[in-house]
Ligand binder design. Structure first.
Ligand code: PMP
Length: 280
């Protein structure tokens, strides 16, 4: 398996990163995950824009404009240029003596790899989730590599046989450990506003856009944790999650059987159409 590291494409076992890399010591870095579908990166420009914005927020100077060419080389080397695949990109602040304060003249470390990835047409399997108080920090808008909070929350879900842990903060449902959450009530779609309490998912933005184009009322408003059982439908969105219908949240079932709610189903179909017709 090949990876790209700081200008070279190497066998993964030969790719070496310094133990003084701040990504390793502090989780001081930003990452992105995007999918190539039908030889196009699905909303690739938006993913790279988010990467650039997050790097800017933590003051890592790195120009993302050269990435598309580098990505093409990597995919060619891996013989994935025309295959559906998942691309992981990570930029860390670089190597420096271990101190909180960082020198400004260090070279960021760039790591990328691609793996074959087959997406389901529609995420048809209903999922169950658990809900927990958000114990992460207050800058969830930054897609940082230090994911311990997300990892711990996700672990609780997986060990209990669930897909995700959904968070609430200040009484409102925010997002999940690796996806965003939407609710539907009386024909209106709700999702938490894109502030510092959530990562503004590219899939989240696409779903909002699909609602607007199809005249499905959408409000960026956090649903109260105490009201989740009153909702008609709930679903998760994310690059690898796509649109996944939530059948059960803790002990509460939104529906019995396998058929998601009408609006979730409609958005899943619109999303499928978009993927099939997408050209970057
Ligand atoms: N929230 C969190 C915490 C995430 O890690 C992710 C990405 N997996 C998302 C939301 C969804 O973002 P996207 O749709 O861009 O994959």
């Amino acid at each position: 398996k090949k990876v790209y590291l700081n200008g070279e494409i190497l066998d993964a076992e030969n790719a070496k990163i310094s133990v003084f890399d701040r990504g390793f010591l502090f989780g001081d870095g930003i990452y992105e995950v995007m999918l190539q579908i039908n030889s196009n990166f699905f909303y690739g420009a938006e993913h790279l824009k988010r990467l650039a914005e997050c790097l800017e927020k933590i003051n890592i100077k790195f120009d993302v404009s050269s990435l598309p060419d580098t990505i093409e080389q990597l995919l060619q080397t891996c013989e994935l240029e025309d295959k559906d695949c998942l691309l992981y990109i990570q930029v860390t602040r670089g190597i420096a003596p271990r101190k909180h304060s960082f020198p400004t003249n260090i070279e960021p470390t760039l790591l990328m790899y691609a793996i074959p990835f087959i997406l389901p047409d529609i995420n048809e399997k209903p999922i169950s989730v658990v809900i927990a108080k958000d114990f992460r920090w207050h800058r969830c808008d930054i897609k940082m590599t230090s994911l311990l909070g997300n990892v711990m929350a996700n672990d609780v879900a997986i060990k209990g046989g669930h897909y995700e842990t959904v968070f609430y903060r200040d009484g409102k449902v925010t997002e999940a450990s690796h996806s965003n959450i939407f609710f539907v009530k009386d024909g209106i779609v709700y999702t938490h506003p894109a502030d510092e309490n959530i990562l503004n998912g590219i899939t989240r933005e696409i779903v909002i856009q699909l609602c607007r184009e199809s005249n499905i009322p959408i409000q960026e408003k956090g649903i109260l944790e105490q009201d989740i059982n009153e909702m008609d439908e709930a679903f998760l969105t994310g690059t690898s999650t796509q649109i996944a219908s939530i059948q059960k949240i803790d002990e509460h079932a939104y529906y019995e059987g396998n058929e998601p709610g009408v609006i979730t189903k409609k958005l899943q179909l619109l999303f499928l159409e978009l993927k099939n017709s997408y050209v970057s």
